[in-house]
Design a binder for this molecule. Structure first.
Ligand SMILES: C[S@@+](CC[C@H](N)C(=O)[O-])C[C@H]1O[C@@H](n2cnc3c(N)ncnc32)[C@H](O)[C@@H]1O
Length: 282
């Protein structure tokens, strides 16, 4: 494990930081619940269970999102990309970005970013890289791109004059239009060298009955969390200035599927997210 990894990250098994509120739902822990993880608390489970009641396929959709992440990281690795900036990492699960990237190229370097104290508490214990590659964790907020791009870990691991894969997977729907997620993402995209890729998924209510979409949004709002469903065209705007690779923006299970049985049986109505990957040209 690199020295960089340790900076600012508590021992994996140590008590979570004081900011950790277990009495209110957190997106990372609700997602962990959908994925069948154990890092969630009663408040997370109660909110997530309400979503599952409305959309029984939410856990399957979350697993499909994870599988997309794996396919897209492999795609970037096979393009020759060896550096990854994964914003909104989530609680470590199977096939984390560095595991997929370093399976293709052990020298791959990954900087993970999240602002949730529970992700921070798990980071060191679970995100270990190959001896040849390196991984680091930055405890920072997407709303402050400078704190991510100028973090010592980012500067040490990533050479922004070379292509980078920027991941914003199941992240941007946590930002209302008033948070200016397009501008925020644009600040990261502006720093990317030609040949870089953007890997993105985004929640949508477009593929399900509107009343279900509204009820899901209400569960999050009542829990004090923002969730903003976006249409296909709105998601497309996040890729402005980049060239989408085939098949464009599609429901997550349809993006370059590798024939996984669960993706094959999943219907569009069951999936609550769009996925896309784009390349920055010179
Ligand atoms: C649904 S999880 C997605 C995890 C992973 N990217 C995946 O798709 O498997 C969303 C993650 O975004 C993180 N997140 C939400 N708002 C954030 C912010 N303002 N800055 C950084 N991370 C944020 C949450 O803490 C959570 O871990």
């Amino acid at each position: 494990m690199s020295d960089t990894w340790n900076r600012g990250v508590p021992d994996g098994d140590s008590a979570p930081s004081a900011e950790l509120r277990t009495d209110i739902p957190h997106p990372a822990r609700m997602y962990d619940y959908y994925l069948g993880g154990k890092d969630n608390f009663p408040a997370d489970r109660a909110a997530a269970a309400k979503v599952v009641e409305l959309l029984p396929s939410a856990p399957a959709g979350s697993r499909a999102n994870r599988r997309f992440l794996g396919r897209a990281v492999r795609f970037a690795s096979e393009l020759g990309i060896r550096q990854f900036l994964d914003i909104g990492t989530g609680i470590p699960a199977s096939n984390n970005t560095h595991e997929v990237a370093q399976a293709v190229a052990p020298e791959s370097r990954v900087v993970y970013v999240d602002n949730d104290p529970i992700v921070l508490a798990h980071a060191r214990a679970l995100l270990k890289g190959t001896p040849q590659g390196r991984t680091a964790y930055v405890d920072a907020d997407f709303r402050d791109p400078g704190s991510i791009l100028n973090a010592p870990q980012t500067k040490e691991l990533l050479d922004l004059s070379q292509p980078v894969a920027l991941l914003a997977v199941a992240l941007l729907h946590f930002f209302a239009d008033g948070d200016h997620p397009l501008d925020l993402l644009g600040q990261f995209k502006a720093e990317l060298a030609p040949g870089s890729v953007l890997i993105l998924t985004h929640g949508t209510g477009e593929l399900m009955p509107p009343e279900i979409a509204r009820s899901i949004e209400a569960v999050y709002t009542q829990s004090g969390l923002n969730i903003t469903s976006r249409t296909h065209d709105e998601v497309l705007r996040f890729f402005d200035g980049m060239e989408l690779v085939e098949p464009g923006i599609v429901p997550v299970h349809e993006w370059r599927t590798d024939g996984h049985e669960d993706d094959r049986v999943m219907t569009r109505e069951e999936v609550a997210g769009y996925a896309g990957v784009a390349i920055k040209r010179g």
